[in-house]
Design a protein around this ligand. Structure first.
Ligand SMILES: Cc1ncc(COP(=O)(O)O)c(C=O)c1O
Length: 343
């Protein structure tokens, strides 16, 4: 591979300098462990400012942990969780949600990563019937695993439907910032103001070294979460370092700056791709992910220069992700390679 920065994942990006600075600043003497420190307290208050004063925030190590804890908090092991078949919880967490929550996942086939009330309703039966796993939680991803974005109205429609049945709505927001930027709305508008009950809020893909947050709409929903987080091995003893990173991300809208840049870079790549004859986009470019079909046999050549992942080998479909540290020259360089190798 010739180039340092590629398009494999926003997880491959570096740590934003302001986040690194926050880590260094937090590295000052002793502080109470397990979240009893001042930075954690301050950052939890900041989450209330950003997401709404009722929310309760729990910092965790990673996105899989955030999703697992969200599910565990609002379900029993006899429940079912409805999600898209493309959902990270369904395909990329090695069965952790099922193992740790005991719940059955009910995946909905989707072409664009989004699910609708009509599709969800097909699973809304068997309530009270002891032979069926009882639906309790709907999980949607924003931005989706296919880079698409639910509108606020789409989220609210699902939330209203779900609440009407006494169920909860979880939002996997590993890339929530990219979605909020795409919709030009606040982080609160696309989550709790739209009826989300629990949110996995991503940091790692948007400039953090590590860390995600599980955010509940209110304290009642978060009743047992401190025990669940510990049991799930997601309680960080040196919590101040996770919190400090989020404090940096939510200060002066760094989250927005980073996600905007990633989205703009994806748009630039999309514009260039549209000039090519042999690359076919398979999804709208709503956020920072591009999905495309390239001629069979060209992928290895492209990967020699810029690393990225194959999405669906059978269709020769690839995924190109941009991130906060993608540079214009990366896009231009990659487009040149695409033109040369694919045309
Ligand atoms: C949609 C989504 N959710 C959650 C995650 C978090 O995963 P991890 O456990 O690797 O932090 C990812 C990471 O790729 C993701 O794409």
């Amino acid at each position: 591979m010739k180039h340092i920065r590629g398009f494999a994942s926003d997880n491959n990006a570096s740590v934003h300098p302001k986040v690194m600075e926050a880590l260094v600043n937090a590295n000052d003497g002793h502080a109470i462990g397990y979240g009893g420190d001042k930075i954690t307290e301050r950052t939890q208050q900041l989450f209330k400012k950003v997401f709404g004063k009722e929310v309760e925030t729990f910092f965790v190590y990673n996105g899989t942990g955030a999703n697992v804890i969200s599910i565990q908090a609002l379900t029993h092991s006899f429940n079912a969780v409805v999600c898209a078949h493309t959902a990270h919880i369904n395909v990329d967490e090695c069965g952790a949600p099922e193992k740790l929550s005991g719940c059955k996942l009910l995946p909905i086939t989707t072409n664009n990563g989004k699910i609708t009330v009509e599709q969800i309703s097909q699973y809304m039966h068997g309530f009270g019937f002891e032979h069926h796993a009882q639906p309790k939680l709907i999980s949607i991803t924003q931005a989706t695993e296919l880079g698409t974005v639910y509108t606020i109205d789409e989220v609210r429609t699902i939330a209203d439907y779900v609440h009407g049945l006494g169920l909860y709505l979880h939002l996997d927001g590993a890339r929530l910032a990219n979605a909020a930027v795409a919709l030009d709305c606040s982080l609160a508008d696309i989550t709790f103001n739209a009826g989300v009950d629990v949110l996995s809020f991503g940091g790692t893909k948007n400039g953090l070294m590590f860390g995600e947050a599980v955010v509940f709409a209110n304290a009642q929903l978060a009743d047992n979460v401190k025990y669940i987080r510990k049991q799930s091995t997601q309680l960080h003893s040196k919590m101040r370092y996770t919190a400090a990173q989020f404090e940096a991300l939510l200060t002066n809208d760094l989250w927005k700056e980073n996600a905007s840049h990633a989205n703009i870079m994806a748009r630039k790549l999309e514009t260039g791709i549209r000039q090519l004859n042999n690359v076919k986009l398979t999804q709208p470019v709503d956020s920072n992910g591009i999905f495309a079909i390239v001629p069979k046999g060209t992928i290895a050549k492209l990967q020699e220069e810029y690393f990225f992942y194959i999405w669906d080998e059978s269709r020769s479909e690839v995924r190109w992700m941009t991130s906060f540290d993608t540079q214009e020259e990366d896009i231009e360089g990659f487009l040149e390679v695409l033109k040369r190798e694919v045309g």
